[in-house]
Each structure stands twice: as C-alpha cells, then as structure tokens.
Design a protein around this ligand. Structure first.
Ligand code: GLY
Length: 395
C-alpha cells in the first residue's frame, strides 16, 4: 500500500477558467515549428543540434556521444508525418544510418538513454515506414539497454560503468527509456524486455516518489543486498528539493508505463505527481527549474512544461469521461501550451535555430541555462501534434 499522499488541486480556479487557445493558434504554431525544422534540415543532416543552444543557437554535433540526438530526428519524423513531404523522410533516413553505426560500434552508449536515442529515431522510422532494417536497429538498442538491468535491485543502472558502486543507481528520467523495451517485447514476442521494464518501473516508483508526491532525481542501491539506500539529486537545487524536469518525466513516464502494462498503480502515481507539479506552477503556468521555487526571478524550464503537457495529454486518453479531474488536467495542459506559444517560442528571434526559449539543462553543471534545449523543442512539437490529432505514439 503506497504511503504517498494525493494533495489534490489547490487552486482549481487557475485551471478551470478558459485557456483561450484555439485550433488555429495550434496549427499556426505547428506550421512555424515545421518551418524551423525545414530551415535547419540541410545544416543538421549529417550532424545534430547539440543538447542545448548557446545564445539560442544550436551548434552541430556528431551522433557519437550525449543522449539527445534522437530528439532532432524525432522532430523531422513529426514534420514528415504532418506534411507527408518526402524531403523530411530522406533526411530522417540519413540520420537513422548514423544511429545504426552508433549501436554497431557502441559509440558513447555507456548509459541508459538508449530509449531517448532509438525510440524517436528508429522505432519512429519503423512505425512510419515499416522498414525492417530500422526495426532491427532499435531491437539491437533494446538489447544493449537490457544489459544495464540489475537482477538484484530490479532496476536499470543509469550512468557509466556498471561495476562502479558509485553508478549503482537509477534516475527518474528512465521512465522515458522504458517504452523501447516494452515495444521490443511487442515486436519480437520475447518477454525479457517487458519483464525488465516492468520491474524497473515498479522499483523506481517505490523509491523516487517521496511521501508528499515530490520526487528524487536519482536513487542509490546497495550493491551487495540490492536494497535502496538514498536519494540524491544531479540536476536539481538540492537532494531534498524537487527538480522540475524530473517531476515532468514522472508526469509523462507513469502513463506510458500504464499504457504498456495496464497496472493501475502507475495511474494512481500519475495523479499524485501531477497534482504536485501543477500546484507549484507560477502565474504563467511554466515551472521554475526546481519546484522549490514558485515565484521570483529564478530561471524557468520551458522543457519541463512541454514534457508535462505530453504526459497530461497521454493520461487524458486513459481517464474515464466522468473522472473529476479530467477537465482540470486537460485545461492545465492547454494553459501551459498557450503560455509556451505566446511567450516562449523563438518566433521573434529569427537568429535562433531552436523552437523554445528559456529552458534549463543543468544549473549545478552550469550548462544550457536559459537556452533552447532539443528535448524541449521535441516535446513542444509532440504536444502540438497531440492537440491536433489522435496521435499514434512513437514511444
Ligand atoms: N535526461 C536528462 C535530463 O533530463 O536532463
């Protein structure tokens, strides 16, 4: 029995008044996003935008390190899916080749982010084109991710060398890597991927969510016993605070784990972490980089907002029509999206090759602070697509 509280929505009026977002606005925003992708297509064909921009301009990087290259390819697939224009497909397929090389040569893959990398590039490719080679690359990535599953603690180790005790931990972000494993079981009929993903999802839910429904970013385990030991942050304000993007990974991650397992406990946890997140949004609905801040001049993380919108819209599909919070959650998503469209895009910054301003990569590491970041851009596009149609997930 979970001891995590469900605090409810503290200011329901904030989410019930009309958001004012129109279909035309969303269509315009998506067209603008697609136009930006098109403008960048030639520049980022054999290379990728870096994780975060510098002065709102992404520099090119190769596909041999970092966890973020899949987001750009995912944006190109979204542009292809929306427009049907073959030029997007051609570039996405060139990019997929680099993902093949990366997994074949295991370039910069000493971490669990195979899901972020391969779901939005190769799984998306397979779902949109039916190309079997692209499916096989993604399955190979799932095999590689499976190597990081620790039977003893029943979780996937996040970062670095598996034998280093300092690396015997999971992080909440991993919820978005699990769909690669769930999908691999579906397409291969091999239950090992599903089992590992399901076990990890339960372990992580047990350790990262605190009793007040805030979350730890990372959680350590004892190598000898497999028992959980302590929660610490890597990118939040402090070990005890609640890193906004971590909470957003939960808001999206729990419904995705529910989608694949139909285990109701994931939806129960979704409600709790989502209410905690929504209750700490400032006036314009875009969170500060850590939920310990609810007002003042701290940096915002627009990427946490775009991730959370996708989570709210995904969960909406699974909530019955008469659920008392269904309307509030949906309105919350649309208020957040309207705020991003109105005040956070690069539309008045033609020098920028990104989509969303005012994101934060990591304040403790002083990287990508108040910049565009490529996952914020990706989830923003996904959110726009989700509002306009019943989207078949790449996840
Ligand atoms: N998954 C790493 C991050 O959210 O920064």
């Amino acid at each position: 029995m979970s001891t995590v509280i469900e605090e409810g929505i503290k200011q329901p009026e904030k989410f019930t008044y009309n958001h004012g977002l129109t279909k035309e606005q969303v269509e315009r925003a998506l067209n603008q996003a697609i136009q930006k992708v098109e403008e960048n297509l030639e520049h980022f064909k054999d290379t990728f935008p870096d994780a975060a921009s510098v002065n709102n301009v992404y520099q090119p990087v190769k596909n041999d390190h970092e966890w973020t290259q899949g987001f750009w390819t995912g944006m190109i697939w979204l542009a292809y899916e929306t427009t049907g224009d073959e030029k997007f497909r051609e570039v996405a397929e060139i990019q997929v080749e680099t993902f093949k090389k990366r997994i074949d040569e295991r370039l910069g893959l000493d971490h669990h982010d195979l899901g972020f990398l391969y779901t939005l590039s190769c799984v998306a490719a397979y779902k949109l084109t039916g190309n079997k080679e692209e499916k096989d690359i993604a399955i190979k990535a799932a095999d590689t991710l499976l190597e990081r599953f620790s039977e003893k603690g029943e979780f996937i180790q996040a970062w670095g060398n598996l034998n280093d005790p300092n690396n015997y931990r999971l992080i909440i972000d991993c919820y978005l890597n699990l769909p690669l494993l769930f999908w691999a079981s579906e397409v291969t009929g091999d239950g090992r991927y599903y089992e590992a993903a399901y076990k990890h999802a339960k372990t992580a839910m047990h350790v990262v969510v605190r009793d007040d429904a805030s979350t730890f970013h990372t959680y350590y385990f004892d190598r000898e016993t497999g028992e959980p030991t302590k929660g610490v942050t890597a990118q939040g304000y402090s070990d005890d605070s609640c890193w906004s993007r971590g909470q957003a990974w939960g808001v999206y991650g729990f419904p995705l784990s529910y989608m694949y397992t139909k285990d109701e406990r994931f939806m129960e946890m979704y409600h709790k972490v989502t209410q905690y997140f929504l209750n700490r949004l400032p006036e314009d609905y875009i969170p500060y980089w850590d939920l310990i801040f609810t007002e003042g001049d701290q940096y915002r993380d627009s990427s946490a907002a775009s991730i959370a919108i996708c989570g709210l819209l995904e969960a909406d599909k699974w909530l019955p029509a008469d659920h008392p919070l269904k309307k509030i959650y949906r309105n919350a998503a649309l208020h957040m999206l309207k705020s991003l469209i109105d005040n956070y895009t690069t539309i008045d910054h033609p020098e920028s090759n990104g989509l969303l301003l005012h994101a934060v990569y990591s304040i403790p590491h002083n990287g990508g602070v108040d910049e565009c970041n490529i996952w914020g851009d990706y989830y923003y596009m996904e959110a726009l697509v989700r509002v306009l149609k019943d989207w078949e997930l790449y996840w």
